[in-house]
Design a binder for this molecule. Sequence first.
Ligand SMILES: C[S@@+](CC[C@H](N)C(=O)[O-])C[C@H]1O[C@@H](n2cnc3c(N)ncnc32)[C@H](O)[C@@H]1O
Length: 238
Amino acid sequence: MDWFVWDFNHPAYFTIYADKARDAALEGPALAKLLDLPPGSLVLDLPCGWGRLHPHLKSRGLRVIGGDLSPLNLTKHRASHPAPLARLDFRALPFRPASVDGVFCAFTSWGYFATDSENLRQLAEFARVLRPGGALLLDLAGRSFLQDSMAEVAGIWLEFPEDGYQERTQWSSDRRRILTERTCQGAAFCHDIWIPTDAEVRAFLEEAGLSVEQAYGGLDGRPWEEGAERWIYRAIKR
Ligand SMILES: C[S@@+](CC[C@H](N)C(=O)[O-])C[C@H]1O[C@@H](n2cnc3c(N)ncnc32)[C@H](O)[C@@H]1O
């Protein structure tokens, strides 16, 4: 089974990422603002997860459809934030070409697939469903920041007793991907995420038919910089 099918569809996911529920109050309004689409625009929240950012997209007057692979996340989304939702895989979106104004892809939700062609396919699917002139907001973890923050702890098991899990992160041998192993609630998980360079992000967006219009280095819309914790790209469908 692909890691992303298992890791995100287990109740432990909500324990491990409990802080992201709290962060939503800050991230949601900021990212929705950076998406920068007028009220009434139709936006796909891909992946929507459990809908933590959904209210903030709605409060900007956007019409929002959520999509995610995880039935568990979609069930939680439905219960807490009722909305049009679809179970889907990034590689084959169930939407018509040029049918939406925006795609909102928050919290490092790209780079999950094992091959470059599948990761490109995800962006190409985003581009396919966007109308010409429509916008993708792609919110990623900055590679250099991760590199620095992992330097002291790579390969070491860390305990998070209050949150009920253990974690060990390390780079893959080619240093393209980060493997994050966790144990929680008696189960084992291992995220395996490609962490692209800025040049790679831009090249993949370009190849998918998306032109980077803005690159930000933070939720407040500061300019992109190599060492920023987040790399947030607003790209336009050609
Ligand atoms: C880190 S979470 C981010 C969710 C949401 N954007 C947020 O900010 O809370 C990643 C999400 O991607 C979903 N996902 C993983 N692989 C997927 C795939 N191949 N197709 C669609 N969704 C996928 C997971 O189920 C999970 O909900």
